[in-house]
Design a protein around this ligand. Structure first.
Ligand SMILES: Cc1cc2nc3c(=O)[nH]c(=O)nc-3n(C[C@H](O)[C@H](O)[C@H](O)COP(=O)(O)O)c2cc1C
Length: 478
């Protein structure tokens, strides 16, 4: 069956981008599902779990495998953090960047994306790690820029409290600026000459210090890594508050959304695209990847039965601990019909808004919150029904999906064997990879950030500080 036309596009619908949403831990989002007999996510310490999954996704031509990450515990549940350990709520968890390095060697085409928070690593160190990963993966790296909503994360990195919401985004503004300078402005493309006969390895005129100086960071440079295929990794982002949207519109090439409905997705994608255009970019410069999960059946009845069975094995307390912990509110020990009330959060504001918006009266109970976690963004049905729903999401402004799992690898196997053939029949999923880097595969353009992105302004901006020129900012009056 071919898809009906979409009001969004003049010609046929473009394909949907496909991302797998995982974390190097046992219990990422769907609390309790790790206990299911077929679930393998409890083997998260084994490299083979991830190399097998990455290869399976690559075989199915997924665009990216995306590893979420946190650098601290969720806020307390039931007065402490014992429950997080008992239920494996994102603890223990391993560093995804190290894992990506192994996956780069085990795969050839799939994009390798991971979260790294601005609070966890100095931008000089982080820029060097990402450039190295981009080299060894032949340009397949993506970075999900986050600012960390968990107080414990901030307390793990020198702070005595959770840095305030908007201040975190100011921090991120400086962080990305410093990284852009290193990635885009420090080395000319032809600086690394490796001329054995002439005895010149790199041209001193073409490598520059960057002399970044800001409220949080002071970095002389130069970048220690020569230009990698993409230079700047593909830039992802996920915050959806007002300040988050502003950051996204200015910086992100793709954003992970968890919109509770197509109507909200339509308003949200339009608002962010408008802000991107106001920032000098194009509407299509930002791709929207909606977090979703699927329960597939040969018939509607079979799908409904499977959905009920999956819901039965969820752990409501783990779901509540996850959501409340992200808001910094202890939702433990309360009856499930307790209303959330008028809480404010310095944590995940976009998420709180989404839960309120999806509840009649805007005042969800704890049961609503748990159900929201398990039911929002879930599509239950036959492959045809799921494909129909995905077309509706595409009409609402979504460019692709970020597939949440109940079980690894089962949720991906079900999608690949159940839904993917139908999407391919409709021209909604690719059957092979486009050549080139992750950025080329996603945008069909060059390997580097386009000239409309703010990072492009740093190209060639520091030649006064090249090794040949030997200037300092003071000497050239900046
Ligand atoms: C799909 C999705 C994935 C996310 N992944 C991470 C992550 O890996 N690590 C993290 O600390 N925060 C993650 N977040 C949280 C966001 O980065 C952001 O902090 C949060 O949405 C609150 O931002 P806001 O107040 O601007 O909405 C994710 C959010 C979404 C919607």
């Amino acid at each position: 069956m071919t898809s009906p036309a979409s009001p969004r596009f003049d010609g046929p619908r473009p394909r949907l981008l496909l991302s797998a949403f995982v974390m190097n831990t046992t219990s990422h989002i769907m609390g309790g599902q790790w206990r299911r007999p077929e679930a393998q996510q409890h083997r998260f310490n084994e490299l083979q779990l991830w190399t097998d999954l990455a290869r399976q996704l690559e075989e199915a031509k997924f665009d990216t495998i995306f590893f979420a990450d946190v650098v601290g515990l969720y806020g307390d549940y039931d007065g402490g953090w014992a429950s997080h350990l008992r239920k494996g709520l994102q603890v223990p968890s391993n560093d995804p960047l190290i894992l990506l390095s192994a996956l780069a060697a085990a795969t050839r085409e799939i994009g390798l994306a991971a979260t790294s928070s601005v609070i966890q690593s100095h931008p000089f160190q982080f820029a060097r790690q990402m450039s190295t990963l981009d080299h060894i993966s032949n340009g397949r790296v993506g970075w999900n820029i986050v600012t960390s909503v968990l107080e414990n994360s901030h307390r793990n990195f020198n702070s005595t409290e959770l840095t305030k919401h908007d201040e975190r985004y100011d921090w991120a503004d400086e962080y990305v600026e410093a990284a852009y300078k290193l990635w885009e402005g420090s080395w000319a493309d032809d600086a690394l000459v490796r001329d054995k006969e002439g005895g010149v390895h790199a041209d001193p005129e073409k490598v520059s210090k960057i002399y970044h100086s800001g409220p949080r960071y002071s970095i002389d440079g130069p970048h220690l890594v020569a230009p990698s295929p993409q230079r700047t990794p593909v830039l992802f982002q996920a915050g959806s508050s007002g300040r988050g949207q502003q950051f996204c519109a200015a910086n992100a090439e793709a954003t992970f959304t968890l919109a509770p409905s197509t109507a909200i997705a339509a308003a949200y994608t339009a608002a962010v695209r408008e802000q991107a255009v106001a920032a000098g970019r194009r509407a299509e410069d930002v791709k929207f990847l909606q977090g979703m999960h699927f329960v597939v059946g040969g018939t509607e009845a079979e799908a409904a039965r499977k959905a009920a069975e999956l819901e039965d094995s969820l752990d409501i307390e783990a779901l509540l601990a996850h959501v409340g912990g992200g808001f910094g509110v202890d939702l433990g020990g309360l009856p499930l019909d307790t209303p959330l009330g008028d809480i404010q959060t310095e944590g995940s504001q976009g998420h709180l808004e989404a839960i309120r918006a999806s509840t009649r009266g805007g005042n969800p109970t704890l049961r609503d919150i748990a159900l929201y976690r398990s039911r929002a963004n879930r599509v239950v049905g036959t492959p045809e029904q799921i494909a129909d729903r995905l077309e509706e999401w595409q009409d609402a402004g979504i460019d692709g999906i970020n597939i949440i799992n109940q079980t690894i690898p089962g949720s991906y196997t079900d999608f690949i064997t159940g839904v993917l053939p139908e999407l391919r029949d409709r021209g909604l999923a690719q059957t092979d990879y486009a050549p080139g880097t992750l950025r080329e595969k996603l945008f069909g353009d060059g390997p580097r950030l386009n000239g409309r992105h703010p990072a492009a302004a740093f190209r060639g901006a520091f030649t006064a500080f090249s090794a040949a020129a030997e200037n300092t900012p003071a000497a050239v009056g900046v």
